[in-house]
Design a protein around this ligand. Structure first.
Ligand SMILES: *[C@@H]1O[C@H](CO)[C@@H](O)[C@H](O)[C@H]1NC(C)=O
Ligand SMILES: *[C@@H]1O[C@H](CO)[C@@H](O)[C@H](O)[C@H]1NC(C)=O
Ligand SMILES: *[C@@H]1O[C@H](CO)[C@@H](O)[C@H](O)[C@H]1NC(C)=O
Length: 620
C-alpha cells in the first residue's frame, strides 16, 4: 500500500487530468467526510479532553484542559453549515467551560487556538448574515474569551512588553518561568487581542498586544531582521537565526493582517520594512534560507514546513510572482514524500535528521487556497487533490487522522493536533468549495474575513474594522472607554516615547500627498491619518511601499482614473474578495504569460532539487 501510494504521487500529478467541476464537488464532499471522521472520533473518544489520540481511540489534555479540539472546530462547523453541532457545541461550552484552573499554558497556543476560536464563533453566532445566528445565545463565548484574555494579561508584565511564553491561568506567571520566548510567541496576539478589545470595549488587550510588537520590532537588527528567540527582560536575542518559519512565521503574518483587519498603519509600516528585509536577505528564489540576523550569513539551508504559509501571505500583500515560484518548490517537496517533513535540507536534498514528521500541518494547503483564489489556475486544484489523496491514504486511522512520524516510512503516530480541524480540513474544503462556486460565508459574506494563524475567521464588520476611523472622523462606534489613541494613532506623540519607533517613518512629509478629489471635509479627515488613507492614489502608495512592482502600468492607470482614490487597505481588502482578486492580480501577467515564463524557467533550471543545491552553494 505504501509503495503504491508513492508511485501514485510521483506519477499521478503529471499524468492525471485536471480537476473537473464534478470532481471538485466530489473532493469537497470527501473533505467534509474527513472532517466528520476526525470530529466524531474526537467527540466519541476524547471530548472533553483537549485532543484525540486517533490510533488508540483515547484522549489527552495536551494544552490547558479546556476542550481544545471542540473550541478549535467551532468555526469550521459553522462554515460547513452544521447548525446543529455548532449550536450544541456553543451551548455546552457556555455551560461547562471555565478557565479558573491551576494550569500553566502557552500564551501563544492559548491565544490562537482558544481565544481565537471563541471569538470567531461568537462573531458567527451573533451575525444573521452567516446563516448561523443562534437565537438563545447570550454572549457566553465572549464572556469566556474576556475571562481568558484577563488570565493571560499577567504574562505581559515585562520591561520590553514582550510577554512570557507561559502563564498559569490561576496564579499568573510562575516564579520559575523562562524569560526567553519566541518571536512568534510575542508577535501573534494582535488579531485576537484587538478583536477582544473591540468587542469587550476594553482597550487593554489591544494595547498590550501592540506593545509586544513594538517591543520586538525595537530589537530588530540593522538589516531589519528579527531573530527566533528573545529574552523578554533584556531584549537580547538568545537565538539569532532569522527566517520565516519556525518560531518567527506568524510575526510577519500578523503585521499585515492586523493592518488589514484594523486599518492600523503602524502595522503596515512595520510589515513593509520587515517584508523588504526578508525578500532581500532570506529569499533565494524560490527558497527562503535562515541567516544570521546581523550578518545575513546563511546558517541553515533548510526548508521547514512552517514556511509554507508564506506564499499565502504574499497573495494578501499582492506579491504574486514569488508566491507562485515558492509554492511550486514547496509542493515539489510534498510530492517527493507524499507529505512535507518538518525539515528538508536543501543542500543534501533530503529529509533533515530529527525533522522527519508531518504532524498534519495546514500551511501548504493554506497557500494553495490563496493562490487558487488569486489566479483560479486549476493547477492549484490538482495540488489540493494530491494532498487529499496523501492524507486519506497515509494519515487516516481508526478514530481520526494520525500524525506521520516519518515521511519516508509513513509510520503513523497516535496524535491529532486540534489544528487539523481548525485549519487543514478547513482550507481544503474552502479550496474545493470555491472551485464549485464558493457559496459560503467567507466567499459570499457581506464583508471580507481575515483568517487568524489558526484559521479562525474574523469578519471586517464596522464594529471591528472601522472603530478607529469612526472614532477619528465620525464619532460613531465609539465607546467612552475607548480612546482614539488606544486604537490607532500613527500621529500620536506617545509613539515617539518608545524607542521601538522610527520617527522617520512618521515624517510629516508623508502626510502631504496632494489630494486628488473629494470635499474639503474628506481631505481633512484623510490628512489626519496618513499617506495611505486615500490621500495619494492607491497604486502609487503600493509602489512607494514596495508591495507592487512599478511595472504594473495598467493598474496604475486604472487607479488614476478611479474617482475616489482607494487606500492601500481598500486594495488589499479587495484581494480578499474573490471576483476582484483574480482580475486585480493578473493585470500585469495574463495567465498565458505566466505559464510561458514558467515553462522557460523549467527547461532552464531542471528540477527544483537541483535549484536547491545551487542556491545553497551560492549562499554559503
Ligand atoms: C498548582 O499546581 C502545582 C503543580 O501542579 C502544585 O504544585 C500547586 O500546589 C497547585 N496549587 C494550587 C493552589 O492548587
Ligand atoms: C495622543 O495621546 C495622548 C494621550 O492619550 C492624547 O492626550 C493626545 O491628544 C493624543 N494626540 C493625538 C495627536 O492624537
Ligand atoms: C522629513 O523628510 C524630509 C524629506 O525627505 C526631510 O528633509 C526632513 O528633514 C524630514 N524630517 C524629519 C523630522 O525627519
Amino acid at each position: 500500500m505504501i509503495p503504491l501510494l508513492i508511485i501514485f504521487l510521483l506519477t499521478g500529478h503529471a499524468s492525471a487530468a485536471s480537476v473537473t467541476h464534478e470532481e471538485a464537488l466530489q473532493l469537497r464532499d470527501e473533505v467534509r467526510d474527513m472532517f466528520y471522521h476526525a470530529f466524531e472520533g474526537y467527540m466519541r473518544h476524547a471530548f472533553p479532553l483537549d485532543e484525540l489520540r486517533p490510533l488508540s481511540c483515547t484522549g489527552e489534555d495536551s494544552l490547558g484542559g479546556y476542550a481544545l479540539t471542540l473550541v478549535d472546530s467551532l468555526d469550521t462547523l459553522a462554515l460547513l453549515g452544521d447548525r446543529n453541532r455548532f449550536s450544541a457545541a456553543i451551548e455546552w461550552l457556555g455551560k461547562n467551560l471555565h478557565f479558573d484552573k491551576n494550569k500553566t499554558v502557552s500564551v501563544f497556543e492559548t491565544n490562537i487556538r482558544v481565544l481565537g476560536g471563541l471569538l470567531s464563533a461568537h462573531l458567527i453566532a451573533t451575525d444573521s448574515s452567516t446563516g448561523m445566528q443562534i437565537d438563545y445565545y447570550n454572549d457566553e463565548l465572549l464572556q469566556l474569551a474576556e475571562d481568558l484574555g484577563r488570565r493571560l494579561l499577567p504574562a505581559f508584565e515585562t520591561p520590553t512588553g514582550i510577554p512570557y511564553g507561559s502563564v498559569n491561568l490561576l496564579h499568573g506567571v510562575n516564579d520559575d518561568e523562562s524569560k526567553v520566548t519566541s518571536t512568534a510567541g510575542g508577535g501573534t496576539l494582535t488579531l485576537e487581542f484587538g478583536v477582544l478589545s473591540r468587542l469587550s470595549k476594553d482597550p487593554v488587550f489591544e494595547t498590550v498586544a501592540r506593545n509586544a510588537v513594538r517591543g520586538l520590532w525595537a530589537q530588530r537588527s540593522q538589516l531589519g531582521l528579527v531573530g527566533a528567540h528573545i529574552n523578554v527582560f533584556s531584549g537580547e536575542w538568545t537565538h539569532k537565526d532569522a527566517g520565516i518559519g519556525t518560531s518567527i512565521d506568524s510575526f510577519y503574518e500578523y503585521l499585515l493582517k492586523a493592518y488589514l483587519l484594523f486599518g492600523d498603519e503602524e502595522y503596515l509600516y512595520i510589515f513593509n520594512e520587515a517584508y523588504k528585509a526578508v525578500m532581500q536577505y532570506l529569499y533565494n528564489d524560490p527558497w527562503y534560507l535562515e541567516v544570521n540576523m546581523n550578518s545575513a550569513v546563511v546558517v541553515w539551508p533548510l526548508f521547514n514546513s512552517l514556511q509554507a504559509f508564506w506564499p499565502g501571505l504574499q497573495v494578501l500583500a499582492g506579491d504574486l510572482e514569488p508566491a507562485r515560484h515558492t509554492h511550486k518548490a514547496f509542493f515539489s517537496v510534498w510530492k517527493k514524500y507524499g507529505f512535507t517533513p518538518e525539515g528538508f535540507n536543501l543542500a543534501t536534498s533530503s529529509v533533515q535528521p530529527g525533522q522527519r514528521s508531518y504532524p498534519l500541518r495546514p500551511e501548504l494547503i493554506e497557500s494553495t487556497y490563496w493562490l487558487y483564489k488569486a489566479t483560479r489556475d486549476s493547477m492549484y486544484l490538482d495540488v489540493g487533490r494530491d494532498i487529499v489523496a496523501s492524507i486519506q491514504h497515509g494519515a487516516r486511522c481508526p478514530c481520526g487522522y494520525c500524525h506521520i512520524a516519518d515521511v519516508e516510512s509513513h509510520v503513523q503516530d497516535d496524535h491529532m493536533e486540534s489544528f487539523f480541524l481548525a485549519e487543514t480540513v478547513k482550507y481544503l474544503w474552502l479550496l474545493f468549495d470555491l472551485a464549485v462556486g464558493g457559496h459560503n460565508m467567507v466567499e459570499k459574506g457581506p464583508y471580507p474575513y481575515i483568517f487568524s494563524t489558526e484559521g479562525h475567521i474574523f469578519p471586517m464588520t464596522p464594529e471591528i474594522s472601522l472603530v478607529g476611523e469612526h472614532c477619528a472622523y465620525l464619532g460613531s462606534f465609539c465607546n467612552d472607554n475607548l480612546q482614539e489613541s488606544d486604537l490607532r494613532s500613527p500621529t500620536n506623540s506617545s509613539i515617539s516615547d518608545t524607542d521601538a519607533f522610527d520617527a522617520q517613518v512618521y515624517n510629516e512629509s508623508w502626510y502631504s500627498c496632494p489630494v486628488t478629489g473629494g470635499s474639503d471635509e474628506e481631505s481633512r479627515a484623510f490628512s489626519l491619518c496618513g499617506p495611505l488613507k486615500g490621500v495619494c492614489p492607491g497604486i502609487n502608495c503600493w509602489q512607494r511601499l514596495g508591495i507592487l512592482p512599478e511595472k504594473n502600468v495598467a493598474a496604475q492607470e486604472e487607479a488614476l482614473h478611479v474617482k475616489k482614490p482607494k487606500t492601500l487597505r481598500d486594495r488589499l481588502v479587495e484581494l480578499l474578495q474573490s471576483s476582484e482578486l483574480h482580475s486585480l492580480l493578473t493585470q500585469e501577467n495574463t495567465r498565458e504569460e505566466v505559464k510561458a515564463k514558467e515553462a522557460t524557467q523549467l527547461s532552464k533550471d531542471g528540477d527544483s532539487d537541483k535549484d536547491a543545491i545551487q542556491h545553497s552553494d551560492k549562499g554559503t
